[in-house]
Design a protein around this ligand. Structure first.
Ligand code: PMP
Length: 388
């Protein structure tokens, strides 16, 4: 049976062109970018070439604005801790949308131990940030506000330009986690008024183990890790050249092919949504229109997401329930709870994130696998049986 992979938000297969492009940087023939001899200079040139490509992806004003990290988690930590701690004059108040990734929420919660206060911006039933609530929350003492460009669990695209205007009116910095959005929809840090922006290599079809933080010219940030002077001293440690070079090339290819690929996956996604919402008591989560082209997410009454994942796998379809990072905890998804859903409603969630391997002819098999999965699990579910 052919496998149908619909969990690209958790792990995206690396583009084979990217692996070929970056291969010379993993075989030991290229040196350390910080060294002065010819091997080092070759490595430095490759690192700077990758930086140019990330600059282009985010439409940054200068390649010096791009700092490479080990992934989006580290970029988010650097953006929040590094900016808040380096700019005490801004104040000690932090704000994030209620549906941020845990690598944004946890650094903010952590700073509470150092005297910072922290507020969550509520979202509506589709996951859109409440701009009126944001206006009331950001004050003169707010240092950093974090709102993601799009949510990987429900696909909703946030109104970043409007958020930026409100945040800058109050004199705070805006951090945007663009991990789920970059490469799928345009992200333009200058047009959208973004001060700090995180991206991850693997979400761009690049190798795991690299990410980047855009830091607007003039925004002062202090390092979270301390050590050598790499990455302008903001991210010490020898660069993961294979992953970074691969990330740069993946960003270039993804950007080049974005419009065409988004149109292609959007059609498959829409066919999946049409089929899925015809299953009894199933509901689309996230915004019906303002959502990532590669993302479809649902909830099914009376059943559990973990069981959905396992049974779908037996039908040869890999899906997710909520974010891969928090699913290890078995906690109900904070994203779905923020939409105003009850605990019992958020448990039966299923997230489909599409990628290059998905084709329209897979749709009927996925829909029949979901229908069969839901019917079988409901037949076993005491919650469902209570209602008969
Ligand atoms: N932010 C978002 C929105 C994510 O979806 C993820 C997971 N891909 C991360 C941050 C963390 O990324 P990484 O695994 O590269 O640290």
């Amino acid at each position: 049976m052919d496998q149908i992979y619909l969990d690209n938000a958790a792990c995206t297969p690396v583009d084979l062109r990217v692996i070929a492009y970056a291969a010379p940087f993993s075989d030991g023939t290229i040196g350390n970018p910080s060294t002065l001899h010819s091997r080092g200079l070759g490595a430095r040139a490759a690192l700077e070439d990758a930086r140019e490509k990330i600059k282009a992806l985010l439409h940054a004003e200068d390649d010096k604005c791009i700092v490479f990290t080990s992934g989006a988690t580290e970029a988010n930590n650097l953006a929040i801790q590094g900016t808040a701690l380096r700019n005490p004059k801004l104040g000690n108040h932090l704000v994030a949308s209620a549906i941020e990734h845990i690598s944004v929420l946890n650094p903010m919660k952590g700073l509470q131990k150092q005297g910072y206060t922290f507020d969550l911006i509520p979202v509506d039933a589709y996951g859109m940030v409440d701009l009126e609530a944001l206006k009331k929350l950001v004050t003169k003492g707010t240092a950093v506000v974090s709102v993601m460009a799009a949510n990987s669990e429900i696909g909703t695209i946030e109104p970043i330009r409007e958020v930026s205007a409100i945040v800058h009116d109050a004199g705070a910095y805006l951090h945007v986690d663009a991990t789920a959005a970059a490469g799928h929809i345009p992200v333009d840090v200058q047009r959208d008024g973004i001060d700090l922006c995180s991206v991850s290599s693997n979400d761009l079809t690049g190798p795991q183990g690299a990410g980047a933080l855009y830091i607007k010219s003039g925004v002062k940030v202090q390092p979270v890790l301390v050590g050598g002077g790499q990455e302008r001293g903001l991210r010490p440690g020898t660069e993961n050249l294979f992953a970074i070079v691969g990330m740069g090339e993946a960003a270039r290819l993804t950007q080049l092919e974005m419009v065409q690929e988004a149109d292609r996956v959007r059609r498959i996604r829409d066919a999946l949504i049409t089929g899925m919402v015809s299953v009894k008591e199933s509901y689309l989560t996230g915004h019906p229109a303002l959502r990532l082209p590669n993302q479809a997410s649902f909830r099914f009454s009376y059943i559990e997401g973990e069981s959905i994942v396992l049974l779908m796998d037996q039908f040869g379809v890999q899906v997710s329930t909520g974010s891969a990072c928090s699913s290890l905890t078995l906690e109900p998804s904070h994203v779905l709870l923020a939409l105003g859903l009850k605990h019992e409603q958020v448990h039966g969630s299923m997230v489909l994130s599409l990628g290059k391997s998905n084709t329209p002819d897979q749709v009927p098999h996925v829909i029949s696998a979901v229908t069969e999965t839901v019917n079988r699990l409901r037949a076993l579910s005491p919650l469902s049986n209570d209602r008969r």
